[in-house]
Design a protein around this ligand. Sequence first.
Ligand code: HH2
Length: 399
Amino acid sequence: MFNAYPLVISRGLAEDMRRLGVSDDGVEIMTRKSTFVAVMLENVPLRLAILLKQEALASGADFAIPGELLHLREGKYRGILFGPLPAVERTCEKMRMQPFKGRMLAEEVMEAIENSIRTPQPLRLRTGDLDFSKVRIMGILNVTPDSFSDGGRYMDVEAAVERAKRMVEEGADIVDVGGESTRPFSEPVPVEEERRRVIPVLERLLDEIDVPISVDTYKPEVAREALEMGAHMINDITGLGNPEMRKVVADFGVPAVIMHMKGTPRDMQVNPHYEDVVSEIISFLRERVRMAREDGVEHVVVDPGIGFGKRTEDNLRILRSLFSFRALGLPVLVGTSRKSFIGNVLNLPVEERLEGTLATLVISVVNGASILRVHDVKEAVRAVRMAEAVMGCMHHDGG
Ligand code: HH2
């Protein structure tokens, strides 16, 4: 209801206090005090906003809202609740007792905070769990004639299988097979054609490689056939918007990626506009996750859909704010690999975007992504492992 998501959760000073020789009890209490939290809230009715402001101030936190508090009119407000973690918790404790959905607001704030600092649950795959003790790399296998960066290179089954094996050797944790290019302005491919491209490759991969295989499709017919053969997960760029697709995924009990897209590949890059891109995508994903759960899809990964109906500045803002997407409590997948916004920033063609891609991957790791979808597996694995090593104790749940 309030679409609560964190803007910031700082890491607290546990490390520094331990190094200083502060006692264990002291570290525990003061780590919480030194953790700064800011949570965005939306659709807050005026009376609840005023109550929240009062309770926040009385607890040593604050609630920032637009305009002058005394002159606000009836209506719904967006605002930022912020302060040291214990002060925000105290505010929520008091809000629980308040009317006008105060309890619901408090629960949403605390849930967003807890979800964001916790490592997401492992993905339940048919072959076992995929945990997120480290960031996972999903290697892209496009069996299409026209994908924007590698179209036509792996159309032949043998070439595709070789490519997949290579990606696994290089450290891919998942291979994502797709038979339809969804680059801007592309046209949909008929089911039969997509089947013809994907199914023979999938058959070989299931036999010959031993990492989970995801199928990048939004067509229920293709997904059903792939899952019958043994594919491990579905990557749906239309975010399981099709009830038939939700049914197929639920029937097989496999995980699915729910991605955000504005419009369709054919029209998504024609003047995309958002009031607030992060808020809109989180709200969209929340709703789609709810619909998926209602229809029996248990394991979900969320993806803001870099490049799908977004301007360069939108893509940059999403990466900068990626941590906010953890509010949903689910693994966050990001696909920046070689995309146009990198070309736009660096003024470089698609075959020159590796370094730009690696920079976005490192930022994604720092900002809490769980899965990265990439073409250049070897380079991505190196950059990500290095970023993780430096981050080490910086993880939000590591104190
Ligand atoms: N991006 C592309 C395709 N599928 N799936 C998810 N979950 N997230 C993404 O960001 C994503 C995706 C587009 O990239 P690519 O597969 O390289 O190109 P094309 O669509 O031209 O085949």
